[in-house]
Design a protein around this ligand. Structure first.
Ligand SMILES: Cc1cc2nc3c(=O)[nH]c(=O)nc-3n(C[C@H](O)[C@H](O)[C@H](O)COP(=O)(O)OP(=O)(O)OC[C@H]3O[C@@H](n4cnc5c(N)ncnc54)[C@H](O)[C@@H]3O)c2cc1C
Length: 475
């Protein structure tokens, strides 16, 4: 007889492993199936986020930022270092170590919470008595059954038509995190979050970076004021971003890559580079899942169709994270995973899609939550806005990083905070206060009346809240 579980989770990324652990904590018998392999062929749970996404990219961003600080900013603190060099192999090995710590941490949590882990590919066999039969193709092949199934199979990088990833010259995010030596010239296609973060890593290490972006506007999802400031700073840093670029033929050779493209004025151009990173979005992972066996309804983009509570078209099957609608973010996947586990347990799991923060870990960092000014204008919502620059913040001056600002947008009548937009030092941490405030439906005045430590970057958030009503303290 096959092994039987209350819940079988297919996929062990942030959506899947968090759902599995939460379901086990709520007293259910849980299995989690994940096929990711480490270099030795062993299990490496954590999905894209842990293996080739959030965690390794932040490790490289940190290393490259230290390098840039040592080269360009230590001197102003009176620190002499002599010639600073970068051992790329060591940086990449450190990053691999950080990834492994996270893989091991997840395996430990599975054990601690009594989640049965299966290393291999999971696919639907069909309905079974009291649930669903799932085939696990790993070292051995076996069939397990689950009364409820959570699909959390994530996403994969989208390739340009006719230009496959070879991970040597044409790189996805995977290859971009394993480049063995600093390329002299690096080309990127796509100036979204991944393009900007990867471009920043290699620019800081000395590459001449050019990003070709098809859209005429830079970071259209961000508040326009933030996008404008970001473009100005990235230009100054030497990150070349070509907007409105149409990419044509791409030729690879032993020497590198040659990209024919047309600029915004319609002029034909050629970009030669040692390597090309393609970061034009991601596609839902459902290959080999055999969704037909259970009749799951699929969306036009190859995603699994779910309702607002992550229920698929088949009762008893749920789907969370990148494989469903909504922003492709690890914390969104985690929130959905927890909520689904709680719903299966009969509780009232909850995800507030209005308070999901967005972060870009460039320097300066960019973070926001809620609505942008351009969205509110389009929706005809009456609002007021306050902005405060880090240039006037004592802590930012002491840090030596005064780029950017905090901007708060509030409802014109009720003063409820509708959006907070930050570009500047530690924006990724500062945004948490805004998320909390919006979750509790705070007003701008609420933030303005909260005592913030001095000197701290968060005083800029307080000042922006005061500025909403045209007041200021100027710490
Ligand atoms: C370079 C990069 C940087 C990023 N940085 C951030 C960031 O800073 N912050 C952020 O919030 N997000 C970031 N993301 C996005 C984030 O990684 C994803 O949103 C997140 O990983 C989605 O989680 P998930 O659980 O839905 O899927 P995934 O993490 O993709 O996990 C899915 C797992 O399922 C496995 N799987 C797939 N099919 C099967 C099957 N049939 N059987 C068994 N296993 C299967 C896969 O191997 C994988 O392990 C980044 C992404 C990239 C590429």
């Amino acid at each position: 007889m096959s092994k039987q579980f209350d819940v079988v989770v297919i996929g062990g990324g942030p959506g899947g492993y968090i759902a599995a652990i939460r379901a086990a904590q709520l007293g259910m018998q849980v299995a989690c199936i994940d096929e990711w392999k480490n270099a030795a062929g062993g299990p490496a749970p954590g999905g894209t986020c842990t293996n080739v996404g959030c965690i390794p990219s932040k490790a490289l961003l940190q290393s490259s930022e230290h390098f840039e600080h040592a080269n360009k900013h230590f001197e102003e603190h009176g620190i002499s270092t002599g010639k600073v060099t970068m051992d790329v192999a060591k940086m990449v090995a450190r990053k691999d170590g950080v990834v492994k710590q996270n893989n091991d941490g997840i395996l430990y949590l599975f054990k601690k919470n009594k989640v049965s882990f299966f290393h291999g590919r999971g696919s639907f066999e069909g309905k079974a008595e009291g649930g669903f039969a799932i085939k696990v193709a790993g070292k051995d092949t076996e069939v397990i059954t689950g009364k409820q199934v959570i699909v959390a199979t994530g996403s994969s990088p989208r390739a340009l038509p006719g230009v496959a990833f070879d991970e040597e010259t044409v790189l996805s995010n995977d290859g971009a995190l394993r480049i063995g030596a600093v390329p002299k010239k690096l080309a990127l296609i796509g100036s979204g979050v991944i393009g900007l973060e990867m471009g920043s890593v290699w620019r800081r290490l000395g590459s001449e970076v050019t990003i070709l972006e098809g859209m005429p506007a830079f970071l259209p999802a961000a508040d326009e004021a933030v996008a404008k400031e970001a473009k100005k700073v990235f230009d100054k840093q030497g990150l070349k971003i070509e907007l409105g670029a149409k990419v044509g033929e791409i030729k690879t050779s032993k020497k590198g890559v040659s990209i024919a493209w047309t600029n915004a004025k319609g002029e034909a151009q050629t970009l030669d580079a040692d390597k090309l990173i393609v970061s034009i979005g991601r596609v839902a992972n459902t290959t080999g899942l055999n969704v037909e066996a259970v009749g799951l309804q699929m969306g036009e983009r190859g995603d699994i169709v779910v309702d607002g509570e992550c229920r698929t078209s088949v009762p008893g099957i749920w789907a969370v994270g990148d494989v469903v609608r909504g922003p492709m973010l690890a914390h969104k996947a985690e929130e959905e995973g927890v909520a689904v586990a709680e719903r299966i347990a009969g509780q009232h799991g909850h995800v507030n899609f209005n308070t999901i923060p967005y972060v870009i870990y460039t320097s300066p960092e960019i973070a926001w939550v809620g609505k942008t000014e351009q969205q509110l204008k389009a929706e005809g919502v009456a609002y007021k806005a306050g902005q405060f620059p880090f240039l006037a913040n004592g802590r930012a001056r002491a840090l030596g990083d005064t780029t950017g600002f905090v901007k708060i947008i509030a409802d014109a009548q009720s003063d409820e905070i509708l959006g907070v937009h930050i570009i500047g030092p530690q924006a990724s941490e500062l945004i948490a206060e805004a998320v909390m405030a919006m979750e509790f439906r705070a007003s701008a005045e609420d933030i303005a009346r909260i005592c913030h430590a001095h000197p701290s970057l968060s005083e800029s958030t307080k000042e922006a809240a005061l500025a909403v009503d045209k007041r200021t303290l100027n710490f």
